[in-house]
Design a protein around this ligand. Structure first.
Ligand code: ADP
Length: 194
């Protein structure tokens, strides 16, 4: 029994949780909790565009011109602009409507599609925010379990290039929810925790 774990090992990969600002991460990619327009917004989306500069929005506009708005649960990749991270992976989480409108599947899909895109681009490391639990209103106790389960499942695929995934949680309540989910799910799956 561990008190509250902050790291779990899955084959050759590690999943960690930290409290902090995702715009400052030096992982190969950081994930943006975007909206379907890809035009920027509040919360983590606004913070990423502010820190990364106009090159990110330019690429987002080209993507929308080419393929239209980004559906919920899908992901696209752009430059990281001025960020330390080389890439931003933009995904759209579901808006919470009570839980019976496909929210769990759509949230899991946002994580899975982001991880798939990272692996297709041969990336080694990726950082996620807590998708959908801000303006989109997804209860963090439920969202944290879906997020951790989705990332562990994808990291356990032998073909992935990813060796490190980090959840960067902005506030202490969100961090506590993810710590509890990581501990419970790691124990359930019999994975080494620390
Ligand atoms: P959504 O619309 O998907 O709910 P939000 O950006 O409103 O997205 O919130 C998602 C989470 O991101 C919230 O927990 C919020 O506190 C957090 N957040 C906001 N700014 C940052 C940041 N700079 N780094 C990491 N997380 C952030």
């Amino acid at each position: 029994m561990v008190n509250q774990a902050t790291e779990v090992t899955i084959n050759q990969a590690k999943l960690r949780i930290i409290q902090g600002d995702i715009t400052r991460q030096g992982t190969d990619a950081i994930v943006n909790a975007a909206n379907s327009s890809l035009m920027g917004g509040g919360g983590v989306d606004g913070a990423i565009h502010r820190a990364g500069g106009p090159a990110i929005l330019d690429e987002c506009k080209q993507i929308v011109a080419r393929q239209g708005q980004l559906p919920t649960g899908k992901a696209v990749i752009t430059t990281g602009g001025n960020l330390k991270a080389k890439y931003v992976i933009h995904t759209v989480g579901p808006i919470w409507h009570g839980g019976n409108k496909g929210e769990p599947e759509l949230l899991a899909s946002a994580y899975k599609e982001s991880l798939k895109l990272a692996a297709e681009n041969n990336l080694n490391s990726i950082a996620f925010p807590s998708i959908s639990t801000g303006a989109y209103g997804y209860p963090v106790s439920q969202a944290s379990k879906i997020a951790i389960n989705a990332v562990i499942t994808l990291l356990s695929h032998s073909t992935t290039s990813l060796r490190e995934a980090v959840f960067v949680l902005f506030d202490s309540q969100t961090f506590a929810a993810y710590a509890s989910a990581l501990t419970d799910i790691g124990e359930e799956r019999g994975l080494p925790l620390s």
